[in-house]
Design a protein. Sequence first.
Length: 47
Amino acid sequence: MIQPLPQLMSHQNHQHHIVMLIVPFQFHLLTTMIEYVELIHQIQAWI
């Protein structure tokens, strides 16, 4: 009964590290998409 607890804690810690990596990547992707959309609007304004 005692053995699964450290495994569970290490698993949660691992998930936390994955989240720490994914969140900035998603934020970067979001800002890139916003810049891309603004660029498209500028091009449409020129046309």
